[in-house]
Design a protein around this ligand. Structure first.
Ligand code: ACM
Ligand code: ZN
Length: 735
């Protein structure tokens, strides 16, 4: 194994993740030689001893070794409580844990040291304990199925990083993955879909791959995985997502739905949030009682996740039975019906000796009691609400959505959207609201993760950052120290055969000055020792491209590319693009108006005039202003004074990876006083694709108005009906 890390060894950068609470290299002259070591473990620690022996390819010594003759000694000391110590000197490596789980964590630390440093370990002392009780990883096996051996590989990675809860998202609209004897249709019908959408559900003209996708775990598979997890001190939390995200369940047992559902339920081929929902009638809860009774026997852990996220109430609102229940229970609205449903399932679980966890969507119901544990993904305000309402809480906010992109590189594999870089994971503090928060979890939704290689890519190295914020005391966390450990971590992961994302090496852009004349762009990298090379002619940087020295001042439309080059100078880790476009409207005042010319509240309006048109980039919601379900609207620009202009253009397309909708027509109007408007003419689709333009004008104006006519409908897979298409708009350029 690689020894490159040894030469840099110091107390701050032992090649460990998560980093221990306390560690010290006690004697740089002394080392312990694993090549001649045997393991001496108390009987109740034989699992850990075997784990260690096979990881390090050591024999578990039959004859007990003593500290004097090259022994790795595993023992218990209840006084250590929730912690372990690892002490290495020339003769022994001694792990003492408060219990068997703590010894297992000590063993993981020793394995990491050996895998990074080789057989000769430095004399050191580690004293360690976890920051958070709950350190979780979620895996969605509905959108794409992962087999038993693949799930075990994920559990291996979790164990390596001292994570202790595996949240297994077993069912969703696109497939039911759990075999239960009482309900054979769950897997016979619910585990198969005929095809999967290509690209995103919201794309213009989506098509299907026509490749059937399926798979499920037999009860034996479940027992196998639960035992495998348990041997690694990981508790499995199964998730049965209710009452929404239930298309696959309803495809198997349609009688669980509201009788007024407009379309027969089927296992979804598209991704999104669908109207399919379980009915609140009594027979649903009878079904769920049988289901959870059988499930409870398979999963010995104390927790069952019952989802509760993204519930569309359309069917409930039109269902005579649900409406009758609402009246009988004196509930004010369908949100309270959501609370009623969750409360009923919580009670079923309680009779089985289990606690329910739900996504924080369920807080919309004010009639929910606080016995439900909350998993917060909807933002920090929701997390604070959960605490204020007395719920136990686990944090899984968007920094920890491992299905999001890891960098802005054009080389990133296709992902759902969003941006969750390594540094964002590391800098997230799950205990920011209260020390009473139980812990933290990353979520891996698999709409666009369809292979083990891609799954490893999204996990590594972000899993190390997750582990560190979950395990290492806050005062010991340091992005700078963590960064120093990254080359060693990557080397270890790769030597163990895992695929790792290099995204942390990709440069990032920062606009430092912005005007209608020029835009100044700085380029940063987390690894300044690696030269950044940039181009401004649209080409991909090579070894011959200029090394970035200082911010560049852009005065005309320019596509910048920046890449960070590795030590040997042969390869870019990934190339980030930025299209920069100074024009008359940069940073000008923008307002949106509805069809009656009343002010309209729209997020991200500033993105329309930030001088950064989206072009050839992957899609991120935050880069676009969304005009949702609007037949007709206006966008007004105040150029700040009378301005001569010739060309106007508007962007409607996410380009690579996202094809959004076009309006019916776009019209340009001008005004000198903001009161009297002159219609100039229609914009037409032009180049690059998705940009509509009107060129060759000779006008002077103070105000510009863009009228967007969107009197059209598209079929919505989510709503199962025709809707007005959402329009995502970016830069409005004026030159
Ligand atoms: C979620 O991301 N729907 C919990
Ligand atoms: Zn109903």
């Amino acid at each position: 194994m690689a020894l490159t890390v040894r030469s840099q060894l110091s107390n701050a950068n032992l090649p460990l993740a998560p980093y221990p609470a306390y560690c010290e290299v006690t004697n740089t002259e002394q080392s312990f030689n694993l090549d001649v070591a045997g393991i001496n473990a108390a009987k109740e620690l034989s699992d850990s001893a075997e784990f260690l022996g096979s990881a390090l390819r050591l024999e578990k010594g039959d004859a007990p070794h003593t500290p004097e003759d090259n022994a790795i000694i595993l023992s218990l000391d209840a006084a250590l409580n929730e912690g372990y110590t690892l002490t290495i000197d020339a003769n022994s490596a001694r792990i003492i844990g408060g219990d068997a789980t703590q010894v297992f964590y000590g063993v993981q630390t020793l394995i990491q040291l050996a895998q990074s440093l080789g057989a000769k370990l430095p004399a050191l002392k580690i004293s360690d304990t976890a920051r958070c009780e709950y350190r979780g990883l979620h895996l969605d096996v509905s959108r794409h199925f992962f087999g038993v051996e693949e799930v075990k590989r994920v559990l291996e990675l979790m164990a390596m990083h001292k994570l202790n809860y595996f949240h297994w998202h077993l069912v969703d609209d696109q497939g039911w993955r759990l075999e239960l004897d009482a309900f054979p249709e769950l897997v016979q019908t619910g585990s198969q879909r005929p095809a999967t959408v290509n690209n995103h559900t919201l794309d213009r003209g989506t098509d299907l791959d026509n490749i059937p996708h399926g798979g499920y775990y037999s009860k034996q598979d479940i027992r196998d995985i639960v035992a495998y997890a348990s041997a690694r001190h990981i508790t499995v939390i199964p998730e049965i997502d209710l009452p929404g995200h239930s298309s696959a369940l309803l495809a198997a047992y349609p009688s669980l739905g509201c009788s007024n559902a407009r379309t027969a339920p089927f296992v979804q081929t598209h991704f999104g949030i669908f109207t399919q929902v379980l009915c609140n009638r009594e027979t649903t809860f009878e079904f769920l009682t049988t289901l959870f009774t059988e499930l409870a026997e398979l999963f010995p852990g104390p927790l069952v996740h019952i989802g509760g996220d993204e519930v569309k109430k359309l069917h409930w609102e039109n269902c005579p039975e649900c409406q009758q229940i609402l009246r009988d229970q004196e509930l004010p609205n369908s949100k309270a019906l959501h609370g009623y449903f969750i409360q009923r399932v919580t009670k079923i679980l309680a009779t089985l000796g289990k606690r329910a966890i739900c996504w924080d969507d369920v807080l919309e119901a004010k009639n929910l009691d606080n016995s439900v544990k909350i998993m917060s993904w909807l933002g920090e305000a929701k997390a604070r609400e959960a605490l204020a309402r007395g719920h136990e809480l686990i944090m899984t906010q968007s920094n920890l959505y491992f299905d999001f992109y890891q960098s802005l590189s054009i080389d990133e594999p296709f992902a759902i959207h969003g941006h969750a870089p390594l540094k964002g994971v590391y800098n997230y503090d799950p205990l920011q609201h209260s020390d009473a928060i139980q812990g933290v979890q990353a979520n891996v939704w698999t709409e666009y993760i369809d292979s083990m290689a891609k799954l490893e890519y999204v996990l590594l190295p972000r899993l190390a950052a997750l582990a560190e914020i979950a395990w290492t005391p806050k005062e010991k966390q340091s992005w700078t120290d963590f960064k120093q450990r990254i080359p060693g971590l990557f080397e270890r992961y790769r030597s163990l055969g895992y695929r790792v994302a290099d995204s942390v090496y990709v440069p990032e852009f920062e606009v430092t000055e912005r005007s209608s004349q020029s835009i100044k762009v700085a380029v940063h990298s987390e690894f300044p020792e690696n030269p950044i090379r940039i181009t401004t002619d649209g080409s991909r940087p090579t070894l011959n491209s200029n090394v970035y020295q200082q911010p560049v001042v852009i005065t005309e439309p320019t596509l910048i590319h920046a890449g960070s080059f590795s030590d040997d100078g042969t390869a870019a880790y990934g190339v980030a693009p930025l299209f920069v476009y100074p024009h008359h409207a940069v940073s000008c005042k923008v307002i949106a108006r509805d069809s009656e010319l009343q002010l309209l509240s729209v997020d991200n309006l500033d993105k329309l005039t930030n001088g950064l048109p989206q072009q050839g980039l992957r899609f991120q919601h935050a880069d676009w202003a969304l005009f949702d379900a609007l037949n007709l609207f206006y966008i007004d620009l105040d150029l700040g004074g009378e301005t001569k202009f010739s060309n106007v253009s508007v962007g409607f397309d996410g380009a690579l990876g996202r094809s959004l909708y076009f309006p019916l027509s776009v019209t340009l109007l001008c005004s000198l006083d903001g009161q009297n408007w002159l219609e100039i003419g229609p914009l037409q689709p032009s180049k690059p694709a998705g940009r509509w333009a009107l060129n060759g004008l000779e006008h002077t104006t103070h105000f510009l108005r863009i009228r967007v006519d969107n009197q059209q409908t598209i079929y919505s897979y989510e709503d199962a009906c025709d809707v007005i298409p959402p329009l995502y708009i970016d830069e409005i350029t004026v030159t």
